[in-house]
Design a protein around this ligand. Sequence first.
Ligand code: PLP
Length: 410
Amino acid sequence: MALVNEHFLKLPNNYLFADIAKKVNAFRVTHPKADVISLGIGDVTQPLCPAVTEAMHKAVDEMSTAEGFHGYGPEQGYDFLREAILKHDFLPRGIHLDIDEIFINDGAKSDTGNIQELIRWDNSIGVTDPIYPVYIDSNVMIGRAGVLENGSWSNVIYLPCTAENNFVPQLPNRRIDVIYLCYPNNPTGTVITKDELRKWVNYALKNDTLIFYDAAYQAYIQDDSIPHSIYEIRGARKCAIEFHSYSKTAGFTGVRCGYTIVPKDLTAATLDGKRIALNLLWNRRQSTKFNGTSYISQRAAEAIYTPEGKEQIRKTIGYYMENAAKMLSVFRSMGLECYGGENAPYIWMKTPSDSGSWQFFEQLLYSANVVCTPGVGFGPSGEGYVRFTAFGSHERTEEALERIIKSLGV
Ligand SMILES: *Cc1c(COP(=O)(O)O)cnc(C)c1O
């Protein structure tokens, strides 16, 4: 008899975005003529830039010749892309990485979910709250998170991020083995300053804590003083693994490519106190379970580092950030309390008159036919907030804003 991994059964059946889709569908059935605008799910809308599609076409043509054909590539990724990453994403910020510290992935969701395989089942886990659900759910699936009680997992330490602490959590007053941080943040759209991030690195060094740092939105940072990488902080090489993605940077949500940095200085302990290099373990894990990201996707990613590619993705990011600026200015002029949206493509809004997240979601859906994401879906501290994304087209975003003004009044 095959026994299932019962930890999976602890996960709530409903996935946040499936719940939203269900409610939107119910609305559509009763209002067939309504034109619903979604500012909910975090997917991009603008096409790939020409530098990327040209590189992909070229790679496809190569693959059709005997000389240019590429079969299995290195599990760690092709050196042409790893070298481009070193040269363009890190050297200009004064960060020196070894090429073997870079692991090309098929997107940051896989690696932020898989990385927990490197640590024992009984490590304590801390997360900022609200949070990108992958970090917790991947720990639930192997039994590290405990059980769900009143919306919180019993073995997870929640570090609340609210307006009161400017969405940067207090340092925990106890030691935690592993902490997930994501800046610029999804869902709140807020950022961390270098000084604040330094406190986390120092906490980690002092407490022998491992930080999993998700930098998926670093390309949206407009203010040069905000760190793009945790390795801008001295000592981070000894305590942090960092995840990057081309999904939001260059519209790769359907192409699939990103990378993970596992520094060679980073170690974790065995029960008898030996220190083991996580770079070697991750390399072993990837070699066994991953056969690399496609050659075509990696050539596509390389193209964003050319001068044309850089300029083209900068324009698209600018396009989304114009949406964010417009949304912020309209919401604020309506007296709504909003956060984020300045260095990230998300706006985190306090619901007016203290309505619950889901209540406001429904109000907006029925009165303005606009879809947002209920903040409580990202964790208990998200209750009373909703998230708007800036990933729409200018036309649809403006239309949504006009309807929100009409339905909520100024
Ligand atoms: C979108 C997103 C990612 C990237 O996911 P991919 O698998 O690279 O598409 C990672 N982390 C966060 C917080 C995200 O919002």
